[in-house]
Design a protein around this ligand. Structure first.
Ligand SMILES: C[S@@+](CC[C@H](N)C(=O)[O-])C[C@H]1O[C@@H](n2cnc3c(N)ncnc32)[C@H](O)[C@@H]1O
Length: 227
């Protein structure tokens, strides 16, 4: 079993609980409004062709479809895709969800105007290779937009994520600064890389709390452009 297989198994085991947490009713309306505003600001106006890598239970893909984009969400966890497809079926023009590797998505060159991902960069086995592949899939001027944080600056052990061998294979898993994620985008070949703190999410996290094993931390939108 490869390290990626073990990552996929981990997320499939967590999928129902992860999705339920994302949908918790006391926060859902405020959460949806905040994320819609964030993505509306981050991307050019709809409709764009957007790829959501590591879509999980589809939260970002569904948000972007709600903004009028044509969205494809890919993930390697069948359990997560089951949750995403369940949500997508509730919409008339929901995203398409497919099994696919965020590091090497299988689409023709120039298929997308934007490639997005939330809470995914930290768990990529080869972020540099991923960024190079995303650039190939983007049309000229296209955007990569990744939301992430320094979730495990002290290592993942305490949080109980993955086993030690898998952790050691993930270059951004224990990033101490979001600048490491920004650098991965820039080194991969993207231009105009910028980092924006997501203060509305920070406020919501403070008000409603965060999931077990996490502390409230600033999240960031990291963007870069294909010239
Ligand atoms: C923390 S979850 C984030 C899910 C979703 N993006 C969100 O915002 O809730 C990380 C997701 O990345 C997926 N993932 C990890 N490595 C991947 C890869 N190489 N290709 C595709 N998906 C991957 C996992 O299966 C999991 O669904």
């Amino acid at each position: 079993m490869t390290a990626q297989d073990r990552i996929n198994e981990y997320w499939t085991g967590r999928a129902p609980a992860y999705d339920a947490y994302q949908q918790r009713p006391e926060r859902l309306d405020a959460d949806r409004a905040a994320w819609s505003e964030i993505w509306e600001k981050a991307l050019p106006p709809a409709p764009l062709d957007v790829l959501d890598v590591g879509t999980g239970s589809g939260y970002v893909a569904l948000t972007l479809a709600g903004l009028g984009h044509r969205v494809t969400g890919i993930d390697l966890s069948e359990g997560m895709l089951t949750e995403a497809r369940r949500h997508g079926a509730e919409l008339s023009s929901g995203p398409v969800f497919r099994l696919g590797d965020a590091v090497a998505p299988e689409f023709p060159d120039g298929s997308f105007d934007a490639i997005v991902g939330r809470y995914v960069a930290w768990t990529l086995r080869t972020p540099g290779e991923a960024v190079a592949n995303w650039i190939r899939l983007l049309r000229p001027g296209g955007l990569v937009a990744m939301v992430d944080s320094t979730w495990f600056a002290d290592g993942l052990d305490a949080a109980g994520f993955y086993d030690a061998e898998v952790q050691s294979l993930l270059p951004l898993a224990a990033a101490k600064s979001i600048d490491e994620t920004a650098l991965a985008l820039a080194n991969g070949g993207l231009e105009d890389v910028s980092v924006t703190p997501l203060t509305t999410i920070f406020e919501l996290d403070n008000r409603y709390g965060v999931s077990p094993g996490h502390e409230v931390q600033m999240q960031f939108m990291v963007t870069g452009r294909r010239v």
